[in-house]
Design a protein around this ligand. Structure first.
Ligand code: FEO
Length: 444
């Protein structure tokens, strides 16, 4: 049965929700599912924007047939070739031999690699090219590495809709709802969105920044991403989250404590530190057992918080393997600008602390390690109490310092936005208005 939502008068969501896949990309757990979004524009010409994962292809094809009724499908715009959106291209081409595929050179190369026969049906576009479908004219903006090299976004200059590909997406099923104003995003979705962004495109922060820069130049009224809700209300909220994530700026000045414990002694130390911090007034704390928490969740939390405390037992004269894997993920995803604290444990030849310190110094940019370190010999004792107090005090101090840094960063961003808005306003003034404006500024 078809399951379609109207996005605007002539634009329809024809995607589908996937509740069955356990692991997105066969690696990231998605207990709340995921949506694969695809859209159809009914103009003088009909246009399909991207397809879906093979797992929901049947629903998608029913939706496409329902929206088209008996009209031909004139165009298919492909913004991104990863199979969670492109798997159904072949099926669409078979059912619609009349369709011309609009995409870029690299995407056509990938289509060839994936075995989609688009020979004789290709319309290759470059950055800034436009296509008119009747009432609607669209332009193409390349979005390299967001999150593959062929990725692009398509901006409808007629109604301000940005088909944003993987950008502004999220894990989580839509369950009938489609728009950001139909969900409580900050309560129910943000954790899924952060985990999606940080694990899927977290590595490519500078590329996301480049896309955000391009997006600033377009009068965007709506994001239509390939996963998660369509944004038509609070776009600034979501842009701000992406701006922070892609600049590796923590969202919150708080503490993530991750422990690797074999028999509970390192875990006790982690819990003791958390309690001490709370007694000292720092309550924005999350404690995780690295062995019990999928690394995709840990990565997302590491992007969220300003302070990361690593508590690891020594294992085979090394960092505990699961903790090392977590650190490896932070390195691969380019996490930077964090403050770390260290608790180490071992019954002989305690090595985990110095190895974690070395790993951070060698691999994570612009990070600082708090000097105080807790060193446990098998299980915590009196001298550890003193070390623990020192570490807690240093974290409290660091949180206070970070507050100032974050506030200064926010102020700089606000000032830059104000200056950009002023520049835009001046550009639109007549010469006379401009003179009057500068005169009044001088006299102010
Ligand atoms: Fe949702 Fe990069 O695919």
């Amino acid at each position: 049965m078809h399951c379609v939502r109207k996005v605007t008068d002539d634009l329809f969501w024809i995607g589908a929700n996937d509740y069955r896949t356990e692991l997105f990309e066969n690696i990231h757990p998605i207990p709340e599912g995921v949506s694969y979004n695809s859209y159809v524009l009914l103009d003088e010409k009909t246009v399909l924007f991207d397809s879906v994962d093979w797992g929901v292809c049947r629903t998608f094809l029913e939706n496409l047939a329902y929206v088209l009724q008996d009209r031909p499908l004139d165009y298919m715009v492909i913004n991104h070739l990863e199979p969670d959106h492109a798997a159904a291209i072949g099926e669409v081409l078979l059912r619609h031999p009349e369709t011309t595929v609009i995409s870029n050179e690299k995407a056509f190369l990938f289509m060839n690699q994936f075995g989609f026969d688009v020979e004789g049906r290709m319309d290759t576009v470059k950055e800034g090219d436009t296509r008119c479908f009747g009432k609607h004219t669209v332009t193409f903006l390349f979005a390299e590495m967001v999150h593959w090299p062929e990725a692009m976004v398509t901006f409808d200059t007629t109604n301000g809709v940005l088909f944003s590909a993987d950008a502004f997406g999220s894990f989580g099923n839509l369950g009938g709802r489609l728009f950001d104003d139909e969900v409580n995003f900050d309560r129910d979705w943000i954790d899924n969105a952060r985990r999606y962004f940080t694990n899927i495109v977290g590595k490519y922060g500078p590329f996301v920044q480049r896309l955000l820069g391009k997006a600033k130049t377009a009068p965007i009224k709506m994001f239509c991403p390939l996963h998660g809700p369509v944004w038509r209300t609070n776009l600034a909220y979501y842009i701000d989250k992406h701006d922070k994530w892609s600049r590796y700026i923590p969202e919150e000045n708080g503490v993530m404590i991750v422990y690797a414990s074999m028999y509970g002694n390192t875990e006790s130390a982690a819990q003791a530190l958390a309690s001490r911090l709370c007694e000292k007034g720092i309550t924005n704390i999350r404690v995780y057992d690295v062995s019990k928490t999928h690394v995709s969740y840990l990565v997302a939390e590491a992007f969220k918080y300003s302070h990361i405390i690593l508590a690891s037992v020594t294992y085979n004269l090394n960092i505990y393997p699961v903790m090392e894997d977590f650190l490896h993920h932070l390195k691969v995803l380019n996490l930077s600008k964090r403050v770390f604290g260290i608790i180490e444990n071992g019954s002989w030849a305690i090595k985990s602390g110095s190895l974690m310190e070395q790993y951070i110094n060698d691999n994570l940019k612009d990070c600082r390690i708090i000097n105080s370190r807790v060193t446990i010999n098998s299980s915590g004792n009196r001298s550890n109490e003193i070390e623990m107090d020192e570490l807690a005090d240093d974290i409290v101090k660091s949180i206070a310092e970070e507050e100032k840094v974050l506030a200064a960063g926010e102020a700089a961003v606000a000032k830059a936005a104000e200056e950009a808005a002023e520049k835009e306003a001046i550009k639109k003034m007549t010469a006379r208005e401009r003179m009057a404006y500068y005169r009044s500024k001088r006299n102010a």
